[in-house]
Design a binder for this molecule. Structure first.
Ligand code: ARG
Length: 505
């Protein structure tokens, strides 16, 4: 499988540096943020200095703030600012010494956020202003950092960088899930079940073939992620509020610094400043991919729910991944699978929310766009936890081989093979279909399984049947015969299992 890759040395070094002790920081900063959530600050927020007389009211502040949810972008906001400062230093807007001090102060802010000692201020609206304001408090040259930059291109940058990292991690989860499914398929590679259409028994398949259908779906989700990644990995910084900048910003330097590079290592930057600040296609695309993956998970969940019911009884989900009923003592419910099925609705909801959010927006940035974050964050979190839990559950499923065998021994599953028998003896397919249909009706009428009809009874329906017609009902032979590419034949399924093992290794 192709692997996602991006980045340059600077980003990797910084990212490693900033991601020290990542566990725990979120909870602590969240708690810190809640503490300061309603604390009003008398000083004017950065965006209101000069033009406005005072701060806004508490209800306005509470309505418009995004710090309660966009603070999770802090790491990328700091990285973006370090790149911008470094670039301003190299084009002479900042002196080299100022740029150095700004980078140092930004790094120390990052450390404090990680430790949970940073105080988020709701009146400073969002993550960008919280960090910039603190930067300027620690390092007066910080007041020069926003030259040539707007929060409009800054937020687009942060989100693209954040999503890029999330996608790399999500992609690993997808292949873990595929591995768990392939493992289950390999453990049960001899097990045959009825394949269904219209939820009616149709034709026999190896259970591994059924399971590999999902591996194919998740492979497409992986491909979609890769494809979307190339559009996300484009640097919008330098677009300003909407109209770029009169300063001679080195956009390519910033892009390379932050790992916005193509496969050949060339920096990739957005080509239209107005599009760049108002474009949220990348968020919509991700929410679509999450929805599609969610729908695949939901279908898998539905199969597992059916298979674990007494009516099917093909599998047993281990106790850890099921729950009981508060009233009925005998119940063992497949709640993980049901919740996974339910989560897909939420993912589709997020996608529709984002599309609706965007559809009436005039160019360019509008504050409505702030509403994108919670939907995107929720989709990222939801799809990740759902995939992870489903993968864990797949590794805790036992297939009830005996029950599968009983269900797969229904001779009607091979009625189509009987038409193939006739077709091989030059009977036109439509006629063969009619003949076998009549045979099934006869078997039903005399209450005999199809495979127990004798040759006399078969000849009574059509003289084309010979004694060897009954060989069709040998399930093993029937599966050995299905060996065209993509079919559930013995050899073909083995080949597919081998190929997936190799691709996922
Ligand atoms: N919090 C804002 C958002 O999430 C950041 C950009 C604000 N820009 C502005 N011009 N008010 O979209």
């Amino acid at each position: 499988m192709r692997k996602l890759r991006y980045g340059c040395l600077h980003v990797k070094v910084l990212a490693t540096y900033l991601s020290l002790k990542i566990v725990g920081f979120w909870f602590e900063t969240f708690t810190a943020c809640r503490k300061t959530f309603f604390r009003m600050n008398k000083k004017s927020p950065l965006s209101r200095s000069g033009r406005f007389k005072g701060g806004v009211g508490e209800d306005v502040s509470r309505f418009t703030e995004s710090i309660s949810f966009d603070q999770r972008l802090w790491r990328h906001d700091i990285l973006g600012s370090i790149a911008h400062a470094t670039m301003l230093g190299s084009i002479g807007v900042l002196s080299k010494a100022e740029a150095k001090r700004i980078v140092k102060a930004l790094e120390s802010i990052g450390e404090d956020i990680e430790k949970g000692s940073f105080e988020w201020d709701t009146t400073l609206e969002d993550v960008h202003m919280n960090i910039e304001s603190e930067l300027t408090r620690r390092e007066p040259a910080g007041a020069k950092l926003h030259a040539g930059r707007s929060r409009n291109d800054q937020v687009a940058l942060d989100m693209r960088m954040w999503l890029r990292d999330e996608i790399v991690e999500l992609d690993v989860e997808i292949s873990n899930l595929q591995k768990a499914i392939v493992d289950l398929a390999i453990e049960n590679d001899q097990v045959v079940i009825p394949g269904y259409t219209h939820l009616q028994r149709a034709q026999p398949v190896y259970i591994s073939h059924h399971l590999l259908a999902y591996v194919e779906m998740f492979a497409r989700d992986h491909e979609r992620l890769l494809d979307a990644f190339s559009r996300i990995n484009v640097c919008p910084l330098g677009s300003g509020a909407l109209a770029g900048s009169t300063l001679a910003l080195d956009r390519k330097q910033v892009a390379s610094f932050l790992g916005f590079e193509d496969a050949k290592g060339r920096p990739v930057v957005t080509q239209n400043s107005m599009d760049a600040v108002s474009d949220r296609d990348f968020a919509v695309e991700f929410c679509f991919i999450a929805s599609m993956t969610g729908v695949h998970l939901s279908r898998l969940a539905e199969d597992l729910i059916l298979w674990s019911s007494s009516e099917f009884d093909f599998i047993q989900i281990s106790d850890e991944y099921t729950t009981g009923s508060s009233l009925m003592p005998q119940k063992k419910n497949p709640d993980i699978a049901e919740i996974a099925r339910g989560k897909s609705g939420r993912l589709v909801g997020n996608l529709v929310s984002l599309l609706t959010l965007l559809k009436g927006l005039p160019m360019t940035y509008n504050r409505d766009l702030q509403e994108d974050k919670e939907r995107l964050f929720d989709s990222v979190d939801t799809i990740r936890s759902t995939i992870r839990l489903m993968a864990a559950m797949m590794s805790n499923i036992a297939v009830k081989a005996e029950n599968c065998k009983n269900a797969a021994s229904d001779p009607n599953l091979l009625a189509t093979d009987l038409t193939d028998y006739l077709v091989e003896r030059k009977v036109p397919f439509r006629e063969a279909h009619h003949i076998v249909g009549a045979l099934v009706a006869l078997a039903e009428k005399i209450d005999k399984p199809l495979n127990l009809l004798n040759i006399k009874e078969m000849e009574g329906v059509s003289k084309k049947f010979k004694a060897d017609a009954l060989d069709v009902f040998d399930l093993k032979k029937a599966l050995d015969k299905r060996n065209i590419t993509g079919s559930p034949g013995t050899k073909e399924v083995k080949k597919q299992l081998r190929s997936w093992l190799k691709r996922l290794a």
